[in-house]
Write a protein that binds this ligand. Structure first.
Ligand SMILES: [Zn+2]
Ligand SMILES: [Zn+2]
Length: 151
């Protein structure tokens, strides 16, 4: 990516919710858990972790959906029901944005993959680090540093 700090724009399937980020993600991921398989209607979900305060809902009024709390809040377009972003309790410094919303999908390539214990047998991603569950909080600083150095 030549210009790391340019804003990026995205929208849901119907276009009623428009999102904007003003900073690149600190991490990208794929999650193979059964919940993500169901919510994404696909083999895995994709995430771009964007710093809180660098993510904006520019238009529309997303509603909560999917599994309702207490640790996760999933936000959807109220009209087309597209899954747009997730907030996780205890990870208050980032927003997990679905990178396939962005007009340019360059942040969709996952750097890590999680919950491979539930992955579909044929599902493969280009992730460099695989976790049967989720990386521990202790593992995160090194992963963030490695991701930052790769861009
Ligand atoms: Zn929509
Ligand atoms: Zn998942």
């Amino acid at each position: 990516m030549s210009d790391k700090n340019r804003p990026a724009f995205g929208s849901c399937r119907c276009g009623h919710v428009r999102i904007e980020v003003s900073a690149p993600p600190v991490m990208t991921a794929a999650c193979h858990c059964r919940g993500c398989q169901r919510m994404s209607a696909s083999a895995f979900s994709l995430t771009a972790m964007v710093p809180m305060g660098k993510f904006y809902v520019a238009e529309g009024d997303p509603v909560k959906g999917g599994i309702m709390g207490p640790q996760l809040d999933h936000y959807f377009c109220p009209d087309c029901k597209t899954w747009i972003f997730t907030r996780i309790t205890g990870m208050d410094n980032v927003v997990n944005v679905r990178p396939t919303m962005f007009d340019e999908p360059e942040w969709s390539r996952p750097f890590i993959e999680t919950m491979t214990s539930e992955k579909l047998p044929w599902a493969e991603t280009p992730a460099l680090h695989s976790f049967e569950g989720f990386p521990t909080p202790e593992a995160f600083p090194a992963l963030l540093a490695e991701f930052a150095n790769r861009r």
